[in-house]
Design a protein around this ligand. Structure first.
Ligand code: SAT
Ligand code: MN
Length: 612
């Protein structure tokens, strides 16, 4: 079919477009002309629409409907085996000046990149429907709602976006009323269909481009249908583009969970915690405390937008609407809150295994391993197959309001006061279970030098130690040195007495015999209790060159098969290991060149002096 045959249809769908937002109409027309879809569909976000789209996805073989008695209104699908994670080497920040993308990002001249992308997007939606998804990150009734519109040729993306963000007609109405700016987020799986060509269950392209234009605040994503590559409200908008907005507007867009903890004395605190992908953010966000009298409620598991309020206090909001959690390791024993939310249904699972009775399974879901499964690639699987049944980066995508322990403040556009910030990574050695920063500036240093062993959440080698500043390495939308400087300047404007206390944690440290030094999961509540008691001035600590660590008897070990000596091992600061660590930090800082804030190089000097 040629352009001329299709054009009247497009004109028709634009004429019937449910909006008067002139800029949006013009953009939709421009994109449809470029990508040449068979039809244009405006997403209303309704339940009926979700039902229709998921029916179509089942029909197309992309999703399987799960047994409604086990998982009502839920679906599972498998991606192309080459499209299972974010692709950092294909992710670009195309700022006008290369310097502004910094050394942590891939860069290309924006005009050159637009040329490449226009070529790829040309006709890329042929034979498909082009969906227009109005969405808002954060609350629709926020003071300054952050709008976006994703155009995609993937119904899987539409259905997943409905879980992960507030989308549809209400959003569009508000955008129109205020003639609001929105982030144009264009996505195509890059798999046009010739007339009569049969579609595959997971269309995608070998060639992938995840591209951000920070000055224009726009996103172009091509070739992948998976998670953070394709659900553009998540990492692309709420972290990469939002971090640039935050720099310009004086706030912080961070890769953090938000957790509310209430002590037996009925005092509530809010903790924000930054960990790299697949290091247990969702588990900590949905924590079930193992200590008597403590209550945990969640506000978010991945993204935290923070700003200083008029009172000078730092407040955080989760801009998302759902959970996109790593499935393996999420189980009835380790994360019952996630399991209960999932069991309520309305979820989309990607790359998990299927049970014979029409449910899903993944490593760590249940203690007992099923005798037979269909693995994520559709093959028969038994426990002696010698390979995982679910992909290590398989995901559950579930509405956040299905979480029983959701804090009521989740619904407050103003968010919550942040009392403490945790930075964490996955380190076998060196980094103690918990360390409190000497002060705020030292805490920023801890965040800036955060490190972790890589995981399956991104394509590439797993288990390699890399520096991951504030767990934002793949998500800082501008120069990393400027980003760290922004942390320093922005917090300078807050009420200095009321700044959150900062802690570095490591649930993954190993003992000499190779086991975990700390049980993790629900028992992490014991570490949070210590942190809160530090805020209250109650818990004891030992000052070390790297910060304050718990004394052996200041961690609550009630009911735990651990001795104070085990705690000492979990929190020990080994000067030899730290000599190596300091070298690693020096190498890391050298990479920033001129853009490293002076405050951070003096923090490093002070650390070295404390070890001398
Ligand atoms: O695929 S996502 O980028 O959304 C998940 C993650 O890596 O944190
Ligand atoms: Mn994440």
């Amino acid at each position: 079919m040629g352009t001329t045959a299709r054009q009247p249809l497009l004109d028709e769908s634009l004429k019937n477009a449910p909006t008067t937002h002139a800029k949006l109409l013009a953009w939709v027309a421009e994109v449809s002309e470029l990508t040449q879809p068979d039809s244009v569909y405006w997403v209303d976000g309704s339940e009926a629409e979700f039902a229709r789209l998921t029916d179509e996805l089942v029909e197309a073989g992309t999703l399987k409907r799960l047994n409604p008695e086990l998982f009502p209104n839920s679906f599972a699908g498998s991606s192309d085996p080459k499209d299972v994670a974010r692709v950092e080497e294909r992710t670009f920040i195309c700022s006008e000046n290369e310097r502004d993308a910094g050394f942590t990002n891939n860069w290309m001249d924006p005009a050159e990149m637009k040329g490449i992308l226009k070529d790829r997007f040309k006709g890329s939606m042929r034979g498909r429907t082009m969906y227009v998804i109005p969405f808002v990150m954060g609350h629709l009734d926020a003071e300054d709602p952050k709008f976006g519109v994703e155009i995609t040729d993937s119904a899987y993306v539409v259905a997943s976006m409905r879980i992960m963000a507030r989308i549809g007609t209400d959003v569009l109405r508000k955008m129109e009323e205020t003639d609001a700016f929105y982030v144009p987020a264009l996505h195509s799986v890059g798999a046009p269909l010739e007339p009569g060509e049969k579609d595959v269950p997971w269309p995608c392209n070998e060639e992938k481009w995840i591209v951000h234009f920070p000055e224009e605040r726009s996103i172009w994503s091509y070739g992948s249908g998976y998670g953070g590559n394709a659900l553009l409200g998540k990492k692309c908008y709420s972290l990469r583009i939002a971090s640039v907005m935050a720099r310009d507007e004086g706030w912080l867009a961070e890769h953090m969970l938000i957790l509310k903890l209430t002590s037996p004395e009925n005092k509530s605190y809010h903790i924000a915690a930054a960990f790299p992908s697949a290091c247990g953010k969702t588990n900590l966000a949905l924590l079930d405390p193992t200590i008597e009298g403590w209550k945990a409620e969640t506000l978010g598991d991945d993204i935290n937008w923070m700003r200083f309020g008029k009172d000078g206090e730092l407040r955080g909001v989760n801009p998302e609407f759902g959970l996109f959690g790593v499935a393996p390791g999420t189980g009835w024993g380790t994360n019952p809150n996630a399991m209960r939310a999932i069991a309520k249904g309305n979820s989309i699972f990607t790359n998990v295994a299927l049970t014979d009775d029409g449910g899903v399974w993944w490593e760590g879901m249940t203690e007992e391993v099923p005798e037979h499964l269909t693995d994520w690639q559709g093959n028969d699987w038994t426990p002696d197959s010698g390979r995982p049944a679910a992909h290590p980066n398989s995901r559950f995508c579930t509405p956040i309001d299905q979480v029983d322990m959701l804090a009521p403040e989740y619904h407050d556009p103003e968010g919550v006061r942040i009392d403490a910030i945790l930075f964490g990574g996955r380190r076998k050695t060196t980094v103690p279970l918990v360390t409190q920063a000497h002060d705020w500036a030292h805490g920023i240093f801890m965040g800036a030098t955060l490190s972790s062993e890589t995981t399956a959440a991104a394509a590439g080698a797993v288990g390699v130690v890399r520096r991951d500043p504030m767990a934002m390495l793949p998500f800082i939308g501008y120069d990393a040195g400027d980003y760290l400087k922004h942390w320093i300047t922005v917090s300078g404007k807050g009420n200095q007495e009321r700044l959150p206390k900062i802690f570095l944690v490591n649930w993954f440290r190993r003992t000499a015999d190779g086991g975990f030094a700390w049980p993790g999961f629900g028992d992490n509540s014991r570490v949070l209790k210590w942190a809160i008691e530090r805020l209250e001035g109650k818990a004891d600590a030992v000052e070390t060159p790297i910060g304050y660590i718990p004394t052996a008897d200041s961690l609550d070990l009630t009911g735990l098969d651990m001795t104070p000596a085990d705690v000492e091992e979990a929190v020990k600061v080994d000067p030899k290991e730290w000599q190596e660590e300091v070298k690693g930090i020096e190498e890391w800082f050298a990479r920033f060149g001129d853009s490293l804030p002076a405050e951070l190089s003096s923090q490093l000097d002070e650390l070295k002096e404390r070890f001398a």
